[in-house]
Design a protein around this ligand. Structure first.
Ligand code: IPM
Ligand code: MN
Length: 375
């Protein structure tokens, strides 16, 4: 039987609970389509870090590269300073494995009311650049008495290498932080192409290119130039360039006007939570961190939500839909459709209402309800 090897990283907080349901549902879809998913569990996350002192062992990324896909829960735990696990595990996977596409579909599911008036037809594909912008993980906090106040770094992306050497002495207590934002033409071009291909494949008539060229022209002019070059290959698709602040406003005012939203890393992060809010809950947002020529990673967008951990109340639909994105990427389109249809039917029929939906159904009940609609 055809078997896919999946690296399973449940991670922190509610990650393990929602991933358990995602595995249950993905297995049901695989069984229905006649293939197998073979999981190898990796314990990475806060617990692992606190025990071993490292976020990832030596050779950890090399090992992950051997799998057909990575299925990931969440990163972040109140016992660890914010940013440590997130940067060295989640963001590191995205960059080390060159998962340059972050695909985040957002739609209103039946039975869920949007807090935004007139959003019934909201249905977008957010295409977030996933390896550049302010997420290149190069920066430093400078403070008096911190020893050497020096940032020396080299960022390489394909043919680009950029060196930074900042040496500062701070005597008066005026601490400051410096982070490097990087936008490359090649990086912008490949993600723009994916956005247009997504629009073409799904019959979506419009791509909105999110930017902030008016305030940060140095970075975003490169982003826009690449967009302009790519769009000439897709004459049938309408395009617009929109600053991220205006995009946030229009998403609330006229959500159905958007189709594919192409955004640089940080803006794409923010707009995906806005889109999830329009959809009524973070509990439905799935995402694929995709490297078309390598290993991709699939996760819910909601994060570890520590205050809900261990209570079996988290909504696992986002993780379950991330499983569907994973099967799609593996080429198992029929199995992916089965999951989406089962979620659609379960939502339509009102099979469950989790805490975030104002109900009291449990995490594992949701997985069971969706599985029941797959066979
Ligand atoms: C996301 C998350 C991450 C991000 C965090 C956890 C680093 O918010 O996947 O959207 O900012 O990308
Ligand atoms: Mn986010």
């Amino acid at each position: 039987m055809k078997t896919y090897n999946i690296a399973l990283i449940p991670g922190d907080g509610i990650g393990p609970e929602v991933i358990r349901e995602g595995v249950k549902v993905a297995n049901a879809a695989a069984a229905a389509e006649g293939f197998r998913l073979d999981y190898t569990h990796f314990p990475y996350g806060a617990e692992y870090y606190l025990k071993t002192g490292v976020v990832m062992p030596e050779g950890g990324f090399e090992e992950l590269r051997q799998y057909d896909a990575i299925y990931f829960g969440a990163a972040g735990d109140p016992r660890v300073q914010p940013g440590v696990i997130e940067q060295q595990l989640l963001l590191a996977m995205r960059t080390e494995l060159d998962q340059y596409i972050n695909l985040r579909p957002a739609r209103i599911w039946p039975g869920v009311e949007s807090p935004v008036k007139g959003a019934e037809r909201f249905d977008v594909q957010i295409v977030r650049e996933n390896t550049e912008g302010f997420y290149v993980r190069t920066g430093a906090a400078f403070a008096a008495g911190a020893g050497e106040n020096r940032l020396q770094a080299e960022i390489s992306r394909g043919m680009y290498t950029c060196s930074i050497d900042a040496d500062t002495s701070i005597t008066n207590g005026d601490a400051y932080g410096l982070n490097v934002g990087l936008i490359t033409y090649k990086g912008s071009e490949r993600i723009a192409r994916f956005a247009f291909e997504t629009a073409r494949r799904r019959g979506i008539g419009k791509v909105s290119c999110v930017t902030k060229r008016n305030a940060v022209p140095q970075m975003y002019s490169v982003w826009e130039d690449a967009f302009d070059a790519v769009r000439t290959d897709y004459p049938e698709i309408e395009t617009e360039k929109i600053n991220v602040d205006a995009a946030a406003m229009w998403l609330v005012k006229k959500p159905e006007a958007f189709g594919v939203i192409l955004a640089p890393n940080l803006f794409g992060d923010i707009l995906s939570d806005l889109a999830a809010g329009i959809c009524g809950s973070l509990g439905f947002g799935a995402s694929g961190n995709i490297n078309p020529g390598g290993v991709s990673m699939f996760e819910p967008i909601h994060g570890s939500a520590p205050k809900y951990a261990g209570q079996n109340i988290a909504n696992p639909v986002a993780a379950i839909l991330a499983g569907a994105l994973m099967l799609d990427q593996l080429g198992e389109h029929a199995a992916a459709r089965r999951i989406e249809t089962a979620v659609e039917q379960a939502m339509q029929a009102g099979d469950f209402r989790t805490h975030d939906m104002g109900g009291s159904d449990k995490t594992d009940d949701v997985g069971d309800a969706i599985c029941a609609r797959i066979v």
